[in-house]
Design a protein around this ligand. Structure first.
Ligand code: DX5
Ligand code: ZN
Length: 222
């Protein structure tokens, strides 16, 4: 089955003082999605951006907004993120005791439903509930901060998930998030990921177009 590859710059590493301009630049550079990291200081030891910022960005870009909720009790905020204009929402399996229920809540709100798992979280529960979701997000760093080193062991989990999905005839997106750069994106693609989040790998370089182009050619998606 041919997989569609998507590059999703994480704006956590963008210049927040010029956020609109940064989004415009990655849009022109060929980004497919804008990855939007939300942190609550509880699920992860950091804070970031939230609903009013997403609502403002909705007005200045046509790219899908991919909200990654690194927060406890995400069910409380799904409606607000959907109304603010999120196209897809990832909730963490570690804080969602009932995955089918939260998937149903997201789909009812008209957003793509995604479940995220931390590097140390086994894939079993997520795979069991996969039929209710549109995407699985595999964290390849410990969530909470941009600019960390890629954890190579997480690729085995991507392989396990892709194989488990294929066995059941499910064609979900697998998004990989954390430490993705030009020099390792092909390993993530070979393992079965097809949506690639990159923060420091893109915004840490002055020429976003060159970096996104190099990422695409590394995975044969130019
Ligand atoms: C980490 C976030 C990531 C992060 C990725 O908690 O979920 O999306 O911004 O940044 P890089 O690509 O720099 O690891
Ligand atoms: Zn993220």
């Amino acid at each position: 089955m041919a997989r569609i590859f998507k590059i999703a710059p994480s704006i956590l590493s963008a210049d927040f003082a010029r956020l609109g301009e940064e989004i415009h630049k990655v849009e022109v550079a060929g980004a497919d999605l804008i990855h939007f990291d939300v942190m609550d200081g509880h699920f992860v030891p950091n804070l970031s951006i939230g609903i009013p910022v997403l609502e403002s960005l909705r007005k200045i870009t046509r790219l899908p907004l991919d909200a990654h909720l690194m927060i406890e009790r995400p069910e409380r905020y799904l409606e607000a993120f959907a109304k603010a204009g999120a196209d897809s929402i990832s909730v963490h399996a570690e804080v969602c005791p009932d995955l089918p229920a939260i998937a149903a809540q997201m789909r009812k709100l008209g957003v793509r439903a995604s479940v995220a798992i931390n590097p140390e979280t086994p894939p079993d529960r997520t795979l069991q509930a996969a039929g209710d979701f549109d995407m699985i997000l595999v964290m390849s760093v410990h969530p909470g901060f941009g600019g960390q080193g890629f954890i190579p062991e997480t690729l085995d989990k991507v392989r396990t998930i892709r194989a488990g999905l294929e066995r059941r005839g499910l064609a979900l997106d697998i998004e990989i998030d954390g430490g993705i750069k030009v020099d390792n994106i092909d390993r993530a693609a070979n393992a079965g990921a097809n949506v690639f989040v990159s923060g420091s790998g893109i915004f840490g370089n002055p020429d976003y177009g060159a970096i996104i182009g190099a990422m695409r050619s590394r995975i044969g998606a130019a």
